[in-house]
Design a protein around this ligand. Structure first.
Ligand SMILES: C[S@@+](CC[C@H](N)C(=O)[O-])C[C@H]1O[C@@H](n2cnc3c(N)ncnc32)[C@H](O)[C@@H]1O
Ligand code: SF4
Length: 322
């Protein structure tokens, strides 16, 4: 109990009531928890926003704490988990965590990866625990640009792993492609589009989040030019409820275009969709761009953990310039 009110929420089919305030979930079946499993990474991408983490220290999440967090998140209607990092396949307890997600019957769990660690054994493990989808980060098919952007010489490895995962992974696949100004050429992006369409896998063109010291030039105008070119040849264009996401339909395949949320001044989309992050140092993070709305998770009891969720959810959608 907090101030005489129960911290328990009321879950409605179309949203959530917390302390008398209604948080709509629009058309999504559930909210999403995006978890940073470890900040360790085997790449040094020049553009990396570190999922909003503050420093470059290597941290690894405790499996026990993660299990507690996920169990409490479920009581808030969160039934979709996105595992990220750093590189989530470097997480030492990844297999135990996936087993837990399967046992808990989580509706949807996705892992975002830089592709470099997708060996036969790893793909077999992901299949064994019924991982719903993999988000594969790939911004270009050009070797030189790839090596520059990723800070590695892993181009061949990544390409052969990509071929392997296309053949062997049982769940859904999608490529996350950040559209940078510096390697802007419609040709680059059309190549990735063709690869995804030919293999019938998802593709997202993502507007980059600009981080301090961002070494790559980026302009909204160039992004718009590319998307407008594609809109001209698309069969249909669907704008999502949240307006920062558009779907460009090409036959029976579609491309997802992710505009930067905050730049479009529709910050409250994250609240409507209940998109909450768990940082590597045990904080609930409602906004990628803000630190002051983060909430330290109190693990002392389940009720205290629920209070932290309530606080974090109420902190959503407060904008970045409030
Ligand atoms: C931080 S990475 C962690 C997972 C994994 N290491 C990977 O790269 O897929 C998660 C996603 O964020 C994307 N990302 C990284 N920096 C970004 C930025 N400045 N703007 C937008 N997306 C970014 C990556 O491309 C990747 O798809
Ligand atoms: S692979 Fe992912 S976490 Fe690692 S540096 Fe690149 S974007 Fe960041």
């Amino acid at each position: 109990m907090e101030n005489g009110k129960s911290v328990d929420n009321t879950l409605l089919s179309n949203g959530l009531v917390i302390d008398g305030k209604f948080y709509p979930k629009k058309n999504l079946p559930s909210g999403t928890l995006r978890i940073i499993l470890t900040t360790a990474c085997n790449f040094q991408c020049v553009y990396c926003f570190n999922e909003g983490e503050v420093d470059k220290q290597v941290r690894v999440q405790s499996l026990d704490k993660l299990k507690k967090i996920i169990r409490v998140a479920r009581t808030f209607g969160i039934n979709s988990i996105k595992l990220t990092g750093g590189e989530p396949l470097l997480y030492p307890n990844i297999e135990e965590l996936l087993m837990f997600l399967q046992e808990e019957k989580i509706g949807y769990y996705d892992l975002t990866t830089n592709i470099s660690l997708l060996t036969d054994e790893t793909i077999a493990m992901l299949n064994k625990y019924n991982v719903s989808s993999l988000t594969l980060s790939l911004n270009t098919l050009d070797k030189d640009k790839y090596c520059y952007l990723s800070g590695t010489n892993n181009y061949e490895l990544v390409m052969s792993n990509l071929e392997r995962v296309l053949k062997k992974f049982n769940g859904k696949l999608r490529i996350n492609c950040i559209v940078f100004d510096e390697n802007y050429s419609s040709k680059d992006y059309l190549q990735i589009l063709k690869l995804c369409r030919d293999n019938n896998i998802g593709l997202r063109f993502v507007e980059p989040s600009i981080v301090e010291g961002f070494p790559i030039t980026y302009s909204k105008e160039k992004f718009k030019i590319l998307i407008d070119e594609l809109k001209e040849i698309a069969d249909d264009i669907i704008v999502s409820d949240c307006a920062s996401v558009e779907y460009l339909v090409f036959g029976d395949w579609y491309l997802t275009v992710m505009h930067s949320l905050c730049d479009n001044k529709i910050c409250d989309a994250c609240r409507d969709y209940m998109y909450l992050r768990v940082t590597s140092d045990d904080k609930l993070k409602p906004c990628l761009r803000r630190r002051d709305t983060e909430v330290d998770i109190d693990f002392s009891s389940e009720d205290e953990m629920k209070k932290c969720f309530v606080k974090a959810i109420s902190n959503m959608g407060r904008g970045i310039n409030e």
